[in-house]
Write a protein that binds this ligand. Sequence first.
Ligand code: TMP
Length: 208
Amino acid sequence: MLGRFVTVDGGEGAGKTTQIAFMRAYLERRGCRVMATREPGGTPLGEEIRALLLGHRHGGMTLTAETLLMFAARAEHVEQVIRPALAAGCWVLCDRFTDATYAYQGGGRGLSLERIAVLEEWVQGTLRPDLTLLLDLPVPTGLTRAGKRGPADRFEREEVEFFERARAVYLKRASHDPGRCRIVDASRPIEIVRTEVETVLAEWLERD
Ligand code: TMP
């Protein structure tokens, strides 16, 4: 069976982690080999970079450094984890990927999307997700949910407008690339979202 590269992205509190756990169980029940991973992170170096990016020790880091750290973690992840897993026939379920860089560093912080595209090309070559589920919900709803999880990380401390700009970029990218992206209304109850996500996966399983 062919490996598939599936990314799950969206704003804070969208329920990505919960849905990825359901997706993993669903695909395994259907006989697929599955590897679930996340960004930034997914490798030992990537997880250390994640701690630098999300922690508060380097609160004043420049946008260039932040973006390059995202892609440094991604370079490790792509070469050491994602490509080998796909080559071995696994479904790779990745909690955030490069759409998050376009949304957060591009939309949120104002980095030019062309710069991000250069790094995407350099680090990923032709690798792009086969399928991206954009778990979309109103920013205030997501921030309230995320706030219940514990202390805010360096991104969660941003103002609402930052997340509104990020959401706008996510939605624009998804609507311009309907072959890859599915927008899922994540403001609904978890079980309803789960059913929709499993329906999308079922369509993809039929393509194999
Ligand atoms: P999360 O995956 O646990 O939601 O947290 C990761 C945070 O990192 C989240 O606030 C989004 C942010 N992020 C970026 O700003 N750019 C990226 O490229 C990625 C992968 C994540």
